[in-house]
Design a protein around this ligand. Structure first.
Ligand code: GLN
Length: 191
C-alpha cells in the first residue's frame, strides 16, 4: 500500500485524503519535514498558491519539497497545487515562490472572473471516458516544455499535464470526481 502524503498547511486536504484512502492508499497529512520523508508520493491540493508557498517557507517545508520533487518523488498538483509545481507563473504576486519541477508556464486565475467556477466533461488521455472536471478560479497552462505531455484541455488551453513523475490538473478531481485521475497518479507512484 503506497504511502501518499497530502500537503496540509492549506487547501482542500480532506477531499484528497478521502479519495486516496478509498483507492486503498495509506493517505496522511503532511505539515512537517518528518512527514514528508515518509511519502512514496505527494499530493499538492487546491487552495491559494501564494498562501501555500508562504506557509511552506515558514514551516521549513519548501526546500525539502523542492528536493524530494527533484529526486523523483511522484507528485500530483491540483489547481493551486499545479501552480506550486510550475517552473513559471504568470499573474502571480510579486516574488511568488514555487516548488517547481514541472516545465510549464501557468497563468493564475486564467479563466477569468465571470466564469470563476465552472464544470466540464473533458476527454483525458489514458482514460476511456471523459472526466468530470470542476474548475474553481483555476489556472491554465500557457506553455509546455518538450518533456511535458498534455492530457486534457479546456477552451483550447491545457488543463492536465504530465512530465515523468509529475502530474498536474487545473481542476479538482478530488471534488465530485470518480477517483480515476487519482488512480492514474497511484499508477505513477507504483512504477
Ligand atoms: N486561484 C488560486 C491560486 O492562485 C487557485 C484556486 C484553486 O486552487 N482552486 O492559488
Amino acid at each position: 500500500m503506497p504511502a501518499i502524503g497530502v500537503f496540509a498547511l492549506q487547501g482542500d486536504v480532506r477531499e484528497h485524503v478521502a479519495t486516496l484512502s478509498a483507492l486503498g492508499a495509506d493517505a496522511f497529512t503532511v505539515r512537517r519535514p518528518s512527514e514528508l520523508e515518509r511519502c512514496d508520493g505527494l499530493v499538492l491540493p487546491g487552495g491559494e498558491s501564494t498562501t501555500m508557498a508562504k506557509l511552506a517557507r515558514t514551516f521549513d517545508l519548501l526546500d525539502p519539497l523542492r528536493q524530494r520533487v527533484k529526486d523523483g518523488m511522484p507528485t500530483f498538483g491540483t489547481c493551486a497545487g499545479m501552480i506550486l509545481l510550475a517552473d513559471r507563473i504568470r499573474d502571480g504576486i510579486e516574488g511568488q515562490e514555487t516548488i517547481g519541477g514541472l516545465d510549464v508556464t501557468v497563468r493564475r486565475n486564467a479563466f477569468g472572473r465571470q466564469v470563476d467556477s465552472f464544470e466540464a466533461d473533458l476527454p483525458f488521455t489514458g482514460l476511456d471516458d471523459p472526466v468530470h472536471a470542476v474548475f474553481i478560479r483555476a489556472p491554465w497552462v500557457e506553455e509546455v516544455g518538450p518533456g511535458v505531455e498534455v492530457l486534457a484541455s479546456a477552451e483550447g488551453h491545457p488543463v492536465a499535464v504530465r512530465q515523468g513523475h509529475l502530474l498536474a490538473t487545473s481542476f479538482h478531481p478530488e471534488v465530485d470526481g470518480d477517483g480515476r485521475v487519482h488512480r492514474l497518479f497511484l499508477e505513477l507512484v507504483g512504477r
